[in-house]
Structure formats: structure tokens, C-alpha cells
Write a protein that binds this ligand. Sequence first.
Ligand code: UDP
Length: 345
Amino acid sequence: MNASTNDTGTDRRLNVLITGGAGFIGSHLADMHLQKGDSVTIVDNLSTGSLRNIAGFRKHPDLQFHKADILYWEGIDDAMHWADRVYHMAAVVGVKKVLSDPRVVMATNIAGTERIFRVASRANPDIEMIIPSSSEVYGFSGKPFFSESDDIVLRPLDHHRWIYAVSKLADEYLAMAYRKHSAAKVVVVRLFNTVGPNQTGRYGMVVPTFISQAVAGEPLTIYGNGHQARSFCDVRDTVVALDRLACNPQAQGEIVNVGSDAERSIRELAELIVERAGSSSPLRFISYADAYGEHFEDHMHRRPDIRKLHSLTGFWHHWQFNDTLDDLILRERERRAVQDHTVGV
Ligand code: UDP
């Protein structure tokens, strides 16, 4: 395999470790690095990830897959010696998943990250690390637009939804703490809503949920009044941004928003998906209590300031949102056709 040319123009064949590499974003990172000619090792416990997500390159000679939990994986010491870069994507995500067992969120999202830092700082201080955080850490400030230097406003402890934000904030502080004592090349990325192939609606994510409903001709389930707004970035753009951040020395030690700043309300999103799918599905409004089984405070806005991302990477979005939706609608139709065919056989 030839050495790859990465986005910074340097020829460098990387050994890349991706925890959670069979998950949504992790699987796209693996695909991108294999296409560049890098060598990729995935460790994933398949709790929410799936072998289906990596089926397209599962047999690639430069891919290694380990089914293991990052909290207990025995190969971690070795991996930290040979890896040039780690994307630590193993985490519990998705509102429904988080609410269903907050204990697992704390263990995986905090202890897993701490283990990565502890072993890496011992074995390989030169390693490049991408540590994903989340727009959730901005909490409940009521602001419409979030910059990296903004205050973080978390709510009292009686709301389970903040557990995820707290776990990701702990990861950010872990990154800071370990950087104080090693030369680790860590970039913390605050990911905003990300969409694309391999994302499942099982744990609440709105775009795959609405697409599946629209294609099936079922009502689209809007939680609350649908005025809450989000901005969606295609995962195939997200992984390019993460790669560029990882190789940029200026980004090391920084916290960077990663996402799209084109915001739309959830009601507008539902109407757009119905239109693009040529569906006759109606919209159905559901209370948060019915949707999540408990009181739930939603964010009304979630739009990133991406000037820092842009200045560090020159990054601009390749995917237009309508093209992303059309692609996902097509994939959902194909998935259903295969399923129907299999059932019919
Ligand atoms: N949502 C919705 N219907 C669904 C799933 C989600 O109206 O079937 C809403 C959800 O309440 C939130 C937005 O869509 O306001 C985005 O939800 P998601 O879980 O995708 O991500 P979040 O931004 O909440 O992390």
C-alpha cells in the first residue's frame, strides 16, 4: 500500500486506533483512513456499534478489529505504543440510551477516557489524540449560538439528561489534566448534531427516525411543539474536520466546535424530509414526557460558532443538507427493499 497524502499535504502512513470504530462516526473515520492508505485498528464492544457499519471494509488487509470493551481491553498498552493517532469515539450517546442507564454513561464516558489518557501518557507521549466532547456541555444557557469560550450552565441534579453533558465535561477536564503532565497532542472536539449513513434512530436521533418514518409512510413524531432548532453536519464532513485538527499543531490543547451552523427547527426538518421523500406521512406532536418517559428540558437552539474550526482547518462543508437527506432517503429505501426481499424469500 502506498503512503497516503493527508489533508495537510504530508506523506505519512499512520497507525490509527479508533475506539468505538464500529459506531456511527467511528466507522466513517475508519473508512476515511483506510482510503488514505493508513492502517486502522478498531476496538468496539458492539453495544451500540455494529459489524454492519464496517462490513464494506471488514476484510481490508490494513484493518484489524477487536471486539472488546475499552474499560477492559488487554491490548491497550501495546496499541498505545504503535499508534500514531487515537480517536476515542467509544462512548454512550443518544438521549434514550443515556436516560435508560445513566450508570453506564458515567462508567464508559469517564473511566474509559481516563484509561486512554493514563496508558497513552505512559506509553507514547507523542500520540495524537482526538477526544470527542459534545455541544451538550454548553448546557442550558438559553443562548442561540455557542462559542468555545462561552460559560457552561448546567442544571440542578434532578434532570438525568445532564448526566451525558457532565460525563463529556469530565472528559474535557481529563484532557486538560493529562496535558499538564505530558506532551500529549490532544484536541477536544465539541461535536454538534451529526448525521449520515450508519446512524441509528434507535436511541432517539431525530434525522434517521424521521427518515425511517417518512419512507414507511408513518407519522413523523415531533417532540414538544417542534420550535426547537438544531444544525446538522454530514458525518463525511465531520471526519475530514477531525483529521485536519489532529494533524494541526496549532489545534493541540484546544477545544473546538465541530458542526454546521445552518440551523432549522425540528418542525421545518420534518416538513423538509416529508417533501424530499415524496411522502404523505402526517406530523404527530408528542409531549416530552410521553416521548422520554420523564420530565425533559430540551434545548431550543444548538448552533455552533465555527470560526475557530474554520481558522484552524480551512474547513468548509462539502455536503449540502438536502443532498445528505436525499442520500439517506435512498439508503433507507434500499435497506427496506433488501429487508422485504429477505423476508419474502
Ligand atoms: N426529536 C423529535 N422526534 C424524534 C426524535 C427527536 O422531535 O423522534 C427532537 C428532540 O426532542 C430534539 C431534536 O429532535 O429536540 C434532536 O434530537 P436528537 O435526539 O437527534 O439530538 P439532540 O440534539 O437532542 O442531542
